[in-house]
Write a protein that binds this ligand. Structure first.
Ligand code: ZN
Length: 164
C-alpha cells in the first residue's frame, strides 16, 4: 500500500513546495504525533482509508486534536508560525482600521471629482465655503496644491460614488 502519510514528531520541519497543514493526532494508546497533509479533506480521506496510523504502535484509530493545527509552509517552525499569525492578525486589524477611517473620510467629505484642484484652491483662498472635499487630481496637480500650502491627502481606492 502506498503511504502518502508521513508522520513527524521530532526534528526539523521538512520543506514543502506547497503549504501543508500539520495536524496533531492521537491514537487510542494516547500517543500523540503530527501528520502533514495537503488539507483537512486529505487527512479525512487518508484516515478513512486507514492510511493514518500511529508511528509508535501502528494504531489506525486516530483522533484529531483540534487546537494544535496550524498552516505550515515548510519555512517556519510552529512557534515562529504562531508569531507570524499574530503579526498577520495585527496587520489585518490595521487594514480594518484604515478602511474604517477611509469610510469616515468618504462619509464626511464632498466628492468634487475632477474639479478637486479648483475647489481646493477656492476653499483655501476663501472663495468657496470651507469644507472637506475629495476628488481626483493628477500627481502634478496635487504637487502644485501642496506648493501653495494646501494640504492634500492621497486616498487609496476611494469608492466611485459620483453617481449619487
Ligand atoms: Zn500509538
Amino acid at each position: 500500500m502506498g503511504r502518502t502519510f508521513r508522520p513527524i514528531s521530532r526534528g526539523p520541519v521538512p520543506r514543502h513546495r506547497y503549504p501543508m497543514i500539520v495536524i496533531t493526532l492521537r491514537c487510542r494508546n494516547l500517543h500523540e504525533f503530527e501528520g502533514w497533509f495537503a488539507s483537512s479533506e486529505a487527512y479525512a480521506d487518508q484516515r478513512a482509508k486507514g492510511l493514518v496510523s500511529c508511528p509508535s504502535c501502528g494504531d489506525a484509530q486516530i483522533t484529531r486534536l483540534p487546537a494544535a493545527a496550524y498552516i505550515g509552509t515548510g519555512t517556519a517552525a510552529p512557534e515562529g508560525k504562531r508569531e507570524v499569525d499574530s503579526a498577520a492578525a495585527a496587520v489585518a486589524a490595521q487594514v480594518g482600521e484604515a478602511i474604517d477611517t477611509l469610510r469616515k473620510i468618504v462619509a464626511r467629505t464632498e466628492n468634487v471629482g475632477s474639479r478637486f484642484p479648483e475647489e481646493a484652491r477656492k476653499i483655501h483662498y476663501g472663495e468657496a465655503p470651507k469644507r472637506d472635499i475629495r476628488g481626483k487630481a493628477s500627481r502634478e496637480e496635487a504637487q502644485e496644491l501642496e506648493e501653495e500650502g494646501i494640504d492634500v491627502f492621497p486616498l487609496p481606492l476611494v469608492p466611485d460614488d459620483e453617481t449619487h
